[in-house]
Design a protein around this ligand. Structure first.
Ligand code: LLP
Length: 464
């Protein structure tokens, strides 16, 4: 492959979206997209005190690299900033037994949203009283198990679920619940990850009276203890305005419950959804700033309504694990593709793709990446990093400047892949899901191993 020096600046060259950083600094990391220990030494990416090329020489690629110190620091930052709250880490973002233990060690609680996640949490030894259980369609047997395990709070999402809980409580068995309400907020995020507008499956509507009716019904159930109301407006949200509107509406319901039913609900949950930086265009708030803003909103509203402030909780997932992980791939093929108008886009195919990161295809998400195995002074080209799956939409990074001599065998690393990448990974095309390697102080530990072909065949019952 030949590279025309400086073509990226030539007339007709592709420039990418306006937020894409200038190609001049293509070897440098943009620090706020990476975990805290990530840096480059002579072009090689180092994380957790280890050179990534050495690390993947042992575990192969693709691999998720999890910076343990960064994860713990982000968990602690939330716990400290929200010291008066309970902080539940949303395990759906990424969960394995090691992470569940870190969460417990750092003093956070844990949210699960399925029987599988509950199994991981219990296997890790998480105190059931510090677990919250979500889901819009929990089965009777799942609820039975949660009640029997003494789960700290079950977040109820429908009248059917209340009925199921009524059928398994009483006679000594009790359930502690919150009611998930829909605050009618249009969160400014992708439609598929917005959850507080009316026309979607989660929660019980405040507007149409279902939320109040659910409160009345739960309060009347002898075996169910109502802790409070729960609202989650969506994910990858940067603006506190949505939380403000939600808090105001949920607290108005809280006041109505107090007035009409004579009950002061002791707790309230404002959900998760705090955004992170995937590219230079994102500018997230830090936990301290979020805590200040959210506390002020709740304090102000409670004073205005003349009700006591409930004990608050939040449920960050992405904001704790997202920036703590990066994915390392090996480049397999490089293909310059001439577009209408003459510009060239360089397609760089890596050894993973939509099976380890579905977010680009599913939410049109933006990511960035860097060459992780060497420095290069080749003039930058605007590249698109794609996977190896049989699908044109199998894109990992839509636009990034990479050195023009990017070639097979190079390592590429994509930051910000801790949340909803391994947890949404699939076996599409019978891909083997990559390992998660935790790194800390120069030591690497595989906390989730790579799948094997035997794993794939384990559920294939043959031609019987
Ligand atoms: N609490 C509840 C009730 C939730 O449903 C969620 C996420 C969270 C907390 C955590 O939200 P986070 O802080 O991680 O944004 N797969 C999508 C995100 C789906 C979020 C589902 N619920 C994505 O990749 O963007």
């Amino acid at each position: 492959m030949t590279h025309e020096a400086g073509w990226a600046h030539a007339p007709g060259a592709l420039r990418g979206p306006s937020w894409l950083r200038e190609p001049g600094d293509v070897n440098d990391l943009v620090p706020h997209l990476w975990s805290q220990t990530a840096h480059k030494v002579d072009g090689e990416l180092h994380v957790g005190g280890l050179a990534v090329p050495d690390l993947v020489a042992n575990v192969n690629t693709p691999a998720y690299v999890l910076d343990e110190a960064d994860f713990r620091a982000r968990a602690r930052a939330f716990r400290d900033a929200f010291a008066a709250y309970d902080v539940f880490y949303a395990g759906k973002a990424f969960l394995c037994t090691a992470v569940a233990r870190w969460i417990q060690e750092e003093g956070l609680c844990l949210d699960v949203c399925s029987a599988g996640e509950l199994t991981v949490a219990l296997r890790a030894g998480v105190d059931p009283a510090r677990i919250g259980y979500h889901g819009n369609n929990k089965t009777l047997s799942e609820l039975r198990r949660a009640v029997a395990a003494g789960i700290g709070r079950i977040v109820v999402d429908s009248f059917d679920e209340i009925e199921r809980l009524e059928s398994i409580t009483g006679d000594g068995a009790t359930a502690r619940v919150m009611i998930r309400v829909t605050a009618g907020v249009e969160a400014h995020t992708h439609e598929y990850i917005a959850t507080a507008h009316e026309d979607q499956k989660f929660g019980l509507s405040i507007t149409n009276g279902q939320a109040f009716e659910a409160v009345r019904r739960v309060l009347a159930a002898p075996g169910i203890e109502l802790l409070g109301l729960h609202s989650h407006i969506g994910s990858q949200i940067f603006d506190s305005a949505g939380f403000e509107v939600a808090a105001r509406r949920v607290l108005a319901l809280q006041a109505r419950v107090s007035d009409e039913l004579g009950v002061t609900l002791p707790e309230m949950d404002l959900g998760g959804g705090f955004g992170i930086a995937y590219t230079t265009q994102d500018d997230p708030a830090d936990p301290a700033q979020l805590a200040t803003e959210m506390s002020k909103i709740v304090e102000h509203e409670c004073r205005a309504l003349g009700i006591p402030e409930p004990r608050l909780s939040i449920e960050p997932g992405r904001a704790i694990v997202g920036p703590a992980m990066c994915t390392v791939y090996t480049v397999g093929t490089v293909k310059p593709v001439q577009l209408d108008g003459g510009a060239v886009r360089t397609y760089v195919s890596v050894d993973g793709g939509m099976s380890d990161n579905i977010r680009t295809a599913l939410y049109d998400a933006d990511y960035s990446c860097t060459l992780a195995s060497r420095a290069s002074d080749a003039p930058p080209v605007l590249a698109r990093v794609v996977g190896k799956h049989c699908e044109a939409g199998d894109i990992v990074v839509k636009d990034e400047f990479l050195p023009g001599d990017v070639r097979p065998g190079d390592l590429l690393a994509v930051p910000g892949t801790g949340a909803y990448c391994r947890s949404m990974a699939s076996n599409y095309n019978h891909a083997l899901r990559p390992p998660v390697v935790a790194v800390r102080d120069g030591v690497a530990r595989v906390v989730v191993r790579r799948e094997t072909e035997d794993d794939l065949l384990a559920t294939d019952m043959g031609d019987l």
